[in-house]
Write a protein that binds this ligand. Structure first.
Ligand SMILES: Cc1cc2nc3c(=O)[nH]c(=O)nc-3n(C[C@H](O)[C@H](O)[C@H](O)COP(=O)(O)O)c2cc1C
Length: 173
């Protein structure tokens, strides 16, 4: 079992997955529970998670995402959608335009870490045709898909992903 910092540093985008290695239901549930443990504005959790296991649906998602084939090859795709109307009911315009997007994004980030802790890997896909993904995932009109996470056991070693230097990002006052 890795500690938290090891888990964070072992998370890399993986775009090749082992075929014939399904995601166990127990692990999938633990990942979903972890996503829902993320903080959210007013504890409203203004997001929806669609679990896509069906192969044909994953194929369609891959098509809608500029043919990013690994979405079809991964055994599971998680679609994280914001629910602005839910957050707006309490927080008005700020809830709709900011909090709902943040709620959904934080939940997806937690899911990415849980996936690593469960011995698997993912890639966050943001490049997709929004109306098509909405239709394929069976979303409601007020649900905005933000990220597609491919989930599965990795079949490649992750490449290095360099980061900007801390001094370039952080300022101290
Ligand atoms: C908002 C967002 C959108 C992204 N969209 C894509 C995408 O459409 N396709 C893809 O292969 N990777 C996508 N990525 C993954 C990034 O390319 C990746 O996280 C980055 O290169 C750093 O690599 P690492 O995840 O291995 O640390 C996206 C990541 C984020 C956060």
């Amino acid at each position: 079992m890795w500690d938290f910092f090891e888990t964070v540093h072992h998370r890399h985008s993986i775009r090749k997955y082992q075929t014939g290695a399904p995601v166990e239901m127990e692990k999938l549930n633990a990942i979903l529970e972890t996503a829902c443990a993320a903080p959210s504005a007013g504890d409203i959790q203004a997001y929806h998670i669609t679990v896509v296991r069906d192969e044909q649906t994953r194929e369609k998602l891959a098509e809608a995402a500029s043919r990013q084939r690994f979405l079809a090859e991964a055994p599971v795709v998680l679609v994280f959608s914001a629910e602005p109307v839910r957050s707006a009911a309490r927080f008005g315009e700020r809830g709709a335009s900011i909090y709902a997007l943040q709620d959904a994004t934080i939940a997806a980030a937690y899911a990415q870490l849980a996936i690593v802790a469960a011995g698997m890997a993912s890639t966050w896909v943001g490049e997709f045709d929004e109306p098509r993904v909405r239709e394929i995932a069976g979303l409601e009109a007020d649900q905005i898909p933000l990220s597609l996470l491919s989930v599965g056991y990795p079949a490649e070693v992750a490449g290095l992903s360099p980061r900007r230097h801390l001094d370039d990002i952080v300022s101290w006052r």
